[in-house]
Design a protein around this ligand. Structure first.
Ligand code: SF4
Length: 323
């Protein structure tokens, strides 16, 4: 089996957007690859270094969410990034050979600095986080990395760093291929992209009642003011949910009933909440069977497996660079 590596930052509870966007893909890929999935706690320090007080709990919550979502520790290796120190050591070594302009031209670097103005991101760690990402991937000699299209420049940088290392010393790193993830864009409760920073999320751990309650607050077609007004499902975020969570036949009925005002928004939202709840049922069942001590046991075993693989690569790298 080819090796696949991917990480996720512990920036709060997983929401339905994360679940549909990345984690359902991980669950599928764990049967097709030898998968290494890590919770990127070191990466999260690049933006939360001023207040890491929630980090420990966020890491555990995320691990619980991943297991509830269907990550199977019998197939995939799940661990905390910081529990495998070889990521950090390889990061330092790769930092030595990475030209500064390669990092300064990464498109997301300047975008993020502009976007997250409330935090001071003018740090060495933030500029260098694509090198840490390269280390995360190369330490396992991964053949494939699942990425969204916006992450492709980072993966290309990883390939450039691998080429440079192989050219300077000896060929140790294969160039990782991309496994492009076509994200299903899920709007948040206010119609913008679902994001914890907008406070518009539905958590994966939401109860049946929570899902119904949150759906009730969701934005609809703003032009549909009265129950008797016909609506336009094409501009309604609730309908975007129907398209993801409901059957094609039911979606066609909802669209037609919305346009003719045969259905009201309250009933339409409840129908949608019922569909979401039905799909979350297996997630809830798995979550009920997982305790925090069991999560820690799984993460410890995952880190042990990952450390053994990473140690082999690091041994080769140390030899190549004369350490
Ligand atoms: S009936 Fe449904 S699709 Fe139509 S506007 Fe209301 S919530 Fe949106």
């Amino acid at each position: 089996m080819q090796r696949l590596v991917s990480g996720i930052q512990p920036t709060g509870k997983m929401h339905l957007g994360n679940w549909l966007g990345a984690v359902q893909n991980w669950v599928r890929l764990q049967s097709e690859y030898e998968a290494f999935f890590f919770i990127a706690d070191l990466h999260s320090l690049t933006t939360i270094y001023q207040d890491p007080s929630q980090l420990r709990q966020s890491k555990i919550d995320l691990a619980m969410d991943l297991l509830a979502a269907g990550i199977d520790p019998e197939r995939a290796c799940l661990f905390f990034q910081s529990d495998v120190p070889a990521h950090s050591e390889l990061h330092v070594i790769l930092s030595m050979i990475t030209p500064l302009p390669w990092l300064e031209r990464v498109p997301t670097y300047k975008d993020k600095i502009d976007e997250i103005r409330e935090k001071d991101l003018n740090t060495y760690g933030f500029l260098g986080y694509p090198v840490l990402q390269a280390a995360d991937i190369l330490i396992y000699k991964a053949a494939a990395v699942p990425v969204g299209r916006d992450q492709l420049p980072h993966l290309e940088l990883t390939r450039e760093i691998a080429r440079r290392f192989n050219h300077l010393y000896r060929p140790i790193f294969p160039e990782p291929g991309d496994q492009i993830t076509e994200f299903q864009m899920l709007p948040g409760l206010d119609g913008r992209k679902m994001s914890k920073s907008y406070g518009n999320t539905i958590p994966l751990s939401a109860s049946v009642d929570d899902v119904s309650r949150l759906m009730k607050t969701m934005l609809t077609d703003p032009a549909r003011v009265r129950r008797t007004d016909p609506g336009n499902p094409d501009v309604c975020p609730v309908y975007a949910y129907h398209r993801i969570f409901n059957t094609t036949e039911r979606c066609a009925e909802v669209a037609s009933d919305c346009r003719s005002a045969a259905i009201g928004c309250v009933a339409c939202k409840q129908d949608c909440a019922d569909r979401i709840n039905a799909q979350l049922e297996p997630v809830r069942e798995r979550r009920a069977g997982i305790t925090e001590p069991r999560v820690m046991e799984i993460l410890d075993a995952g880190a042990k497996r990952a450390r053994a693989v990473a140690a082999v690569t690091l041994g080769e790298v140390r030899g190549a660079v004369g350490l």
